[in-house]
Design a protein around this ligand. Structure first.
Ligand SMILES: NC(=O)c1ccc[n+]([C@@H]2O[C@H](COP(=O)([O-])OP(=O)(O)OC[C@H]3O[C@@H](n4cnc5c(N)ncnc54)[C@H](OP(=O)(O)O)[C@@H]3O)[C@@H](O)[C@H]2O)c1
Length: 430
């Protein structure tokens, strides 16, 4: 009996694409047995045909014309690994339109243009799989979408960007400055030459949007996600956090409260004994709280060609099996319309570090600013330094809008020389 062959058209052959081709080649026997068909990389689109790639593929398989792969009737599955919104979006719409299943790792595309792509996949009854788009090698999308389909998820807290976690780990454990830690991340290949998307939080915001959409059955796009990066984190924040029993992490947070979604990415202090506090260096983890299952944590390498390729190959195998059986994986689950709660209406705990005049009555004046805005103080300590003192506060849970109003008053108060830092505190029981 002749073995069925499923032909893959790769669009992109960089860090992830090349590792995917190697994995498909090296594990070909296992994959064929598990999939019930042979997975063949038939064609590969790249930008530069002259680049030496050292891959087990004939040079004739390579082209710079990605559209010709998408239009090729012999191709069954298009695997997009170029990244960015265009031309990826047009290529994938064209692939679905011409009956091809699609696998992608492109969080930026899905978090901004996901609706058009999922609609096209639903209309065509074809797979659009994206396991590698969040958490790279960590199985996360399928467990959330399928294994937890019977659960109601209330909250997700994630460390979903390896570059920023590496930088914050170095700042916490080796007292590195932000600039030195970023430098080291770039030297070790954890950060891009242009690290903006990582350190300003937009990479994490795209992933947060994808996770929130799946967890709460409603479309959340990257622009719905409130975003602050880590460029403002100082050694004072790190030292204060340690002193109070916390560590600083860049968190992606998605919550469902009263039917409304809150989605945000910002640095936060979390208790040292919280499971996410132990996630160091470039690792990623997503902590999930469900009504019945309680707390779950998904942990592992959140970047890297080989790790990401395992997720891509898992999707390719699923898509191949579905083509063999005529089946389809779970399509888009964003069936509900939910309000995105504005940041000012969310509630949280806050840490503030203020430089104040060291004179009698200052603490009472400042406490008054908190009090009349309805922000109550859980802990405070003071350290004097000549005519200036440092006051550090941890608040009880309060409304973000009220905290912002308090901050504005503190900045205008004659008793306050400067508001040195403000950070949210997460991971405590609400
Ligand atoms: N790297 C990771 O650790 C990681 C982890 C999870 C998800 N992802 C996602 O995976 C995707 C790929 O990332 P990567 O790190 O592999 O990127 P990369 O190393 O920059 O590779 C991009 C590839 O796309 C090709 N390419 C770009 N534009 C093209 C075009 N218009 N036509 C044909 N080919 C084109 C490039 O060709 P040349 O080789 O000729 O330049 C290169 O092979 C992105 O969506 C990324 O967000 C990456």
């Amino acid at each position: 009996m002749s073995e069925r062959v499923i032909r893959i058209g790769m669009v992109g052959c960089g860090t992830v694409g090349a590792a995917t081709i190697r994995l498909l080649h090296d594990h070909a026997g296992d994959l064929a047995r598990r999939a019930g068909c042979r997975l063949e990389v038939a064609r590969v689109a790249v930008r530069d045909l002259d680049r030496e790639r050292g891959l087990p593929l004939d040079a004739a398989a390579f082209t710079t014309d990605a559209a010709s792969i998408v239009d090729d009737p012999r191709i069954d599955i298009v695997c997009e690994l170029i990244g960015g919104v265009e031309p990826a979006k047009s290529l994938l719409l064209r692939a679905l339109d011409s009956g091809k299943s699609v696998v992608t790792a492109n969080k930026e595309l899905l978090a901004s243009e996901g609706e058009a792509l999922f609609d096209a996949a639903d209309a065509a009854g074809l797979d659009l799989l994206f396991e590698a788009s969040v958490g790279a090698g960590i199985p996360l999308i399928r467990p959330l979408k399928e294994s937890l389909a019977g659960e109601r998820i209330g909250r997700l807290l994630g460390i979903v960007n390896g570059t920023t976690n590496f930088i914050l780990t170095r700042m916490s454990e080796q007292a590195s400055s932000f600039a030195d830690a970023l430098d080291e991340a770039q030297r070790l290949g954890y950060a891009e030459a242009d690290p903006t998307a990582d350190i300003e939080g937009s990479d994490a915001a795209a992933k947060c949007a994808i996770l929130a959409s799946i967890a709460f059955d409603a479309r959340v796009v990257a622009d719905d996600v409130y975003r602050e990066g880590i460029t403002g984190i100082t050694d004072v924040d790190i030292a204060d956090a340690r002193r109070m029993g916390y560590v600083v992490k860049l968190l992606a947070i998605a919550e469902l409260d009263d039917g409304e979604i809150s989605a945000r990415v910002h640095p936060a202090m979390i208790p040292q004994d919280h499971p996410l506090a132990a996630v160091r260096d470039a690792f990623n983890a997503v902590f999930v709280e469900g009504e019945h299952v309680g707390q779950l944590m998904f942990y592992g390498p959140g970047a890297g060609g080989d790790a990401t390729a395992t997720a891509v190959v898992g999707d390719l195998m699923t898509a191949a099996r579905n083509r063999m059986t005529g089946g389809r994986s779970m399509g888009c689950t964003c069936a509900l319309e939910r309000r995105i709660r504005p940041m000012d209406d969310t509630r949280g705990q806050y840490y503030l570090n203020l430089h104040v005049a060291d004179r009698p009555g200052v603490l009472a004046e400042i406490a008054g600013d908190f009090g009349h805005n309805g922000v109550s103080i859980e802990r405070v300590w003071q350290e004097g330094a000549g005519d200036e003192a440092t006051l550090v506060f941890i608040t009880h849970r309060a409304q973000e809008g009220a905290l912002q109003k308090t901050l504005q008053e503190l900045r205008e108060s004659p008793a306050v020389r400067s508001v040195t830092s403000v950070l949210r505190v997460e991971g405590e029981e609400p």
